[in-house]
Design a protein around this ligand. Structure first.
Ligand code: PBG
Length: 306
């Protein structure tokens, strides 16, 4: 009677990886239960997500060949663009189809942007690449793009590019307060990342919460439809502060390392896996997230409706 928050399947978004050139799905060892999909198995996973009543899927593409500019990201026949078309054809309006809009899966240096000659991420040249990538995703039929590279001005650049090409109905889920986190570790395996070093020149300092709120407010001003805090668990205070500060929906990304910690403890028999999953998702909702991106989305939907 007095339960304050509930977790419902419609509030959950399932991140999915699709890799070019696979004959069968390939397990990701640091994320037990999560795979790199083939184009066919991706379609099946998206259809299942729709059947379960999830809010959406977030697609990540892993190309066979990476290069310095991440050219596979803007190529209409690049793996992510093909996958968007496949999934939209499969689920129609039954599910919000979202795409990761970032270069790191496509660059051979693994950074989220283009580099200057001395190896720094070049913010403004990267914005032009993001605009091109947004148009490629929109042409492929995406419902919502998720710029995750933390370049300054990325939301306004993408909004302007989409509107200019009559993609006014493609919306933006902005990775607004994205921290330079050690908990992204398993994701590097999931996208075959070749990153050396870290992303501290463009992602945020884990010590800063006020700055996280400021980033979210800037993104709302630039046209973000949803703002996101990432990671979730180590930043629940930031989720709450952002929820209190903005007037758009707030998402939180329960990321790879958070998933891996629970799975590893459960595999050792140290924790009650299903209870830990539901408690995790409930805590993120309680902190103020309207939407939760989680690798457990499909399983949680089954647990919640049984
Ligand atoms: C960048 C991106 C990352 C994640 C989602 N989008 C990696 C990073 O910024 O280092 C991480 C997701 C996770 O760890 O589950 N394209």
């Amino acid at each position: 009677m007095v339960t304050e928050v509930a977790v419902e399947p419609r509030q959950l978004v399932l991140p999915l990886f699709v890799r070019e050139g696979l004959d069968e799905p390939r397990p990701i060892s640091s994320m037990p239960g999560v795979v790199q999909h083939t184009r066919d198995s991706l379609r099946a996973a998206a259809a299942e997500a729709a059947e379960l009543g999830l809010g959406g899927v977030m697609l990540f593409g892993v190309p066979e060949h990476k290069d310095a500019t991440g050219s596979g990201a803007v190529d209409p026949t690049g793996i992510l663009n093909l996958a968007i078309t496949d999934v939209v054809a499969e689920v129609g309006d039954g599910l919000t189809v979202m795409s990761d809009l970032c270069l790191d899966e496509f660059t051979d240096h693994g950074h989220c942007g283009l580099l200057t000659s001395d190896g720094q991420v070049d913010n403004d040249r990267t914005l032009a690449a993001y605009a091109e990538m947004a148009l490629a995703h929109a042409d492929a039929g995406v419902d919502m793009v998720g710029p995750s590279g933390m370049m300054d001005g990325q939301v306004s650049t993408i909004r302007t590019a989409l509107d200019a090409m009559e993609h006014t109905d493609v919306s933006i889920l902005a990775y607004s307060a994205k921290y330079a986190s050690a908990f992204y570790g398993p994701f590097r395996e999931a996208v075959d990342s070749s990153l050396q070093g870290d992303r501290r020149t463009y992602q945020q300092d884990p010590a800063n919460a006020v700055e996280g709120v400021r980033e979210a407010l800037l993104d709302v001003e630039q046209g973000a439809d949803i703002v996101m805090v990432k990671p979730a668990l180590a930043y629940l205070d930031v989720v709450r502060r952002v929820r209190d500060a903005v007037d758009v929906p707030v998402a939180a990304y329960n990321i790879s390392g958070e998933y891996a910690m629970v799975e590893a403890a459960a595999a050792n028999g140290w924790i009650d896996r299903e209870a830990a999953i539901l408690e995790t998702l409930t805590s993120i909702r309680r902190a103020g997230a309207d939407v939760v991106l989680t690798y457990w989305a499909a399983e949680a939907a089954r647990l919640l409706t049984r």
